[in-house]
Design a protein around this ligand. Structure first.
Ligand code: SIN
Length: 282
């Protein structure tokens, strides 16, 4: 199949134009898409018209799909799809997880086996705003001073969904039930991980789900986490995605963080997300 891959920024990200993901991809096309994803970390597939089943079929080419701890927001009949939406239902409730991604994070980094990547499909977008920003955690790591690299290379951190409410303000996310919280106990991952496919090193800690750094006291760990976050979201490492209707954006959670800006009041932003299961970070 013939299609174009156009870089979107000097930091990361490329758009894929001329590919219809509703159709099955032949092996050669899939291999090109897979390589582009490894090269650019974020792929934006323009003008897609996908049913939930087609979204799932394409996502599954990259691995098994996970559900989500916020299981009340899974699409009925499609437990592989999380609704990310600020639309209101007839009862006045949000139709999906309205506040998803309000802090820089990597999806499911609080899980024993975090996500390889996520595929977010825009079904309704606001006239402006509601952008998603992505950063390049390879470049952020590579640009660190040698002394910082050697300080953090062998460190491990503890991760817990929403940083155990340590940094989250009330109302920022719906409270988890006891059963939901019990399904995501704290886990440990390296501060710097090696991407299992490219073998490049990337920073892996994030302000949404990293609670502490093992072996450091709380003040030291917080200062280091703040320093690493501020460094890794400097403009030269960031791509800002301004959504177009029917974009499907596929990012690599192993080497990027992302953050979603809230849409303007009284505007609808309605998306479907699948989440591909990855490897245990090392
Ligand atoms: C997410 O964190 O997966 C949501 C991102 C977004 O809504 O742009």
């Amino acid at each position: 199949m013939s299609f174009q891959i156009n870089p979107l920024s000097t930091a990361l990200g490329a758009e894929v134009v001329g590919l219809d993901l509703a159709e099955p991809l032949d092996e050669e096309t899939f291999a090109r898409v897979h390589q582009a994803h490894l090269d650019h970390q974020v792929l934006v597939f323009r003008d897609q018209h996908l049913t939930p089943a087609q979204h799932i079929v394409f996502s599954r080419r990259f691995g098994d799909l996970s559900g989500h701890v916020y299981d009340q927001f899974l699409l009925p009949g499609y437990p592989e799809i999380l609704k990310v939406s600020n639309k209101k239902t007839a009862d006045g409730d949000f139709a999906g997880l309205a506040s998803a991604g309000r802090r820089w994070h990597s999806d499911l980094s609080y899980a024993e086996t975090p996500s390889l990547g996520s595929l977010l499909y825009a079904l309704e977008i606001p006239p402006e705003g509601g952008d998603t920003l992505f950063n390049n955690m390879y470049r952020a790591y590579e640009a660190l001073p040698a002394a910082t690299k050697s300080k953090i290379d062998d460190l491990k951190a503890e991760f817990l969904i929403g940083s155990a409410r340590k940094y989250y303000t009330e109302n920022e996310r719906p409270p988890l039930t006891e059963a939901q919280l019990a399904s995501v106990p704290p886990v440990e991952h390296p501060v710097v991980r090696t991407h299992p496919e490219t073998k490049r090193k990337a920073l892996y800690v994030n302000p949404a789900h990293t609670v502490r750094i093992l072996g450091l006291d709380e003040a030291e760990a917080d200062a280091l986490l703040t320093e690493l976050t501020e460094h890794s979201v400097e403009p030269q490492f960031v791509y800002r995605h301004k959504w177009r209707l029917h974009d499907l954006v596929f990012w690599d959670n192993r080497c990027c963080m992302h953050i979603a800006e809230p849409p303007p009041p009284d505007s609808n932003r309605h998306m479907h997300r699948t989440t591909v299961v990855g490897d245990t970070p090392y």
